[in-house]
Design a protein. Structure first.
Length: 151
């Protein structure tokens, strides 16, 4: 079965972008519908959850951020997404050169996608282009177009 890693940039648009991201949001709605229908397997990680929480802290008033994060986690956990753990120190050391990226915070996502046999990373983050020679990198709309051709 096809397996993809969903980067936080895409997850945040799905969670929070219905009104603020009118062009980016609809492909993610379709992507999550297909995920829940079993058309492919989706993976996020504990890094994703941490970054969603940080997004809430950065974008909601202080007295609302924790509740927003809690609701976002509930929404994510009600999907068919699998959640990968954080990298072990040795895993990170073994793969950090192979997955060299301009933004070091993206590296764990790339390594986890590789270690979990994902055929692609779905993201809006341009930094993942640094590793497109190692993994397929798609925006959500591009992924929906390529879905039938992934092995």
């Amino acid at each position: 079965m096809k397996r993809i890693y969903l980067d936080t940039s895409a997850v945040n648009v799905w969670l929070f972008g219905e009104k603020t991201e009118p062009l980016r949001y609809p492909p993610l709605v379709e992507l999550f519908e297909l995920l829940d229908a079993g058309e492919f397997q989706g993976l996020i990680s504990l890094y994703t959850l941490q970054e969603v929480y940080a997004f809430c802290e950065d974008n909601f008033p202080a007295d609302e951020a924790r509740e927003a994060a809690k609701l976002a986690f509930r929404e994510l956990l009600n999907t068919s997404l699998e959640i990968a753990p954080m990298l072990k120190r040795l895993e990170r050391l073994l793969h950090q050169r192979q997955f060299s990226m301009q933004d070091a915070s993206d590296q764990p996502h790339a390594i986890l996608a590789h270690l979990n046999a994902c055929q692609a990373i779905v993201t809006y983050d341009e930094h993942f282009k640094d590793i497109e020679h190692l993994l397929n990198i798609y925006t959500p709309a591009e992924f929906l177009e390529a879905l039938s051709t992934l092995h």
